[in-house]
Design a protein around this ligand. Structure first.
Ligand SMILES: [Zn+2]
Length: 332
């Protein structure tokens, strides 16, 4: 569990929260939005702990009082955490929030309700939640965490104070990673580049988690797509499709990969390659692809990324992208 002072690179967000806390101008709802893995949840929990702390110091929790210890131990009775049940936050969960928040706080202070992946609320849940936001019980603070705020109804958005989080500069991610035990500088630099500025993704990569697996699959997919017909292209898209966030990660992975192919083709400079640990595959794949084809692929991937950001269906975006990628450039 972190204090505000231990969270890197999100000074604007932290300043906003500390100021509202210091000046006793705490809103009844905050929306923590930004890319995944940049510290939104860490920051929301730090804020919740400060709000519940009995002897806060300089806009932060003391870390020692009973309340701080309870938040730390995950058993503070007035700190409720809600996350999607299956793929979404359902109406029953929203009703339960409504019920809990109308009860008096157990410890007489504030009640905090943290809602993770808030954009996954069903329409019914969002409507029910909106009613609570319209007449918030005194002392209740909602902390909503989301990656895609536009997926929430505008009526909910307009009732929350937005706290914006950004990707960190690559150099800062490298610095954070290099400070971790057992991580060499070269490994930290490469991982930071691949993470695109998300410490969460960088840690996942280092620990051989989902992201590391994804990159291996990416290398194979790019080979397969060239010889694929439309049916096979859709099958490949289907094998990768998942949530909006996962789909975006695939698209970004594809983009970095094709970028590397193009950079190698044009420069043959190993230092400019991001996927440096797949250098052999990059060189080989670049050798039989024309520059014009690589530029065409990058455009199509960018189009797919734009469609996804305009809230298109993730599976459909991947289907269309893969159908486009498997065709020769001049026909697409
Ligand atoms: Zn405390």
């Amino acid at each position: 569990m972190k204090f505000f002072s231990e969270i890197y690179g999100q000074n604007n967000a932290i300043d906003l929260l500390r100021r509202s806390f210091d000046r006793r101008m705490v809103s009844h709802a905050y929306l923590f939005c930004g890319p995944s893995g940049v510290g939104k949840k860490t920051c929301a929990v730090a804020f919740a702990r400060a709000l519940l702390c009995r002897q806060p110091l300089k806009g932060d929790a003391c870390g020692e009082c009973r309340s701080c210890r309870q938040v730390e131990g995950g058993n503070h009775p007035d700190f409720i955490k809600v996350e999607p049940d299956g793929g979404s936050i359902k109406i029953e969960q929203a009703r339960e929030i409504q019920r809990r928040m109308t009860l008096a706080p157990f410890q007489g202070g504030r009640q905090i309700c943290l809602i993770d992946r808030a954009e996954s609320m069903t329409d019914e849940a969002a409507n029910c939640f909106l009613k609570i936001l319209e007449e918030p019980p005194a002392g209740v603070v909602f902390l909503l965490i989301c990656v895609q705020p536009y997926a929430l109804p505008a009526t909910v958005l307009s009732r929350c104070q937005q706290v914006l989080f950004q990707l960190l500069p690559i150099s800062q991610v490298a610095l954070i990673l290099a400070g971790s035990p057992g991580v060499k500088q070269e490994e930290a630099d490469l991982t930071a580049l691949l993470s695109g500025g998300s410490v969460g993704q960088a840690i996942d990569l280092l620990s051989g988690g989902a992201l590391a697996e994804r990159r291996k699959q990416l290398a194979q997919t790019i080979n397969a797509i060239d010889s694929a017909g439309p049916g096979e292209a859709c099958r490949l898209a289907g094998s990768l499709s998942g949530s909006r966030e996962e789909t975006l990660a695939w698209i970004q992975g594809l983009m970095l990969w094709y970028r590397d192919l193009l950079v190698w083709k044009e420069s043959e400079n190993e230092k400019l390659i991001i996927n440096r640990d797949f250098l052999q595959a990059i060189k080989e794949q670049a050798s039989y692809r024309e520059v014009s084809l690589l530029i065409d692929r990058l455009r199509k991937i960018e189009e797919a990324r734009n469609r996804l950001s305009r809230n298109a269906n993730p599976r459909l975006v991947l289907d269309v992208l893969f159908l486009n990628l498997c065709r020769p450039a001049e026909l697409a």
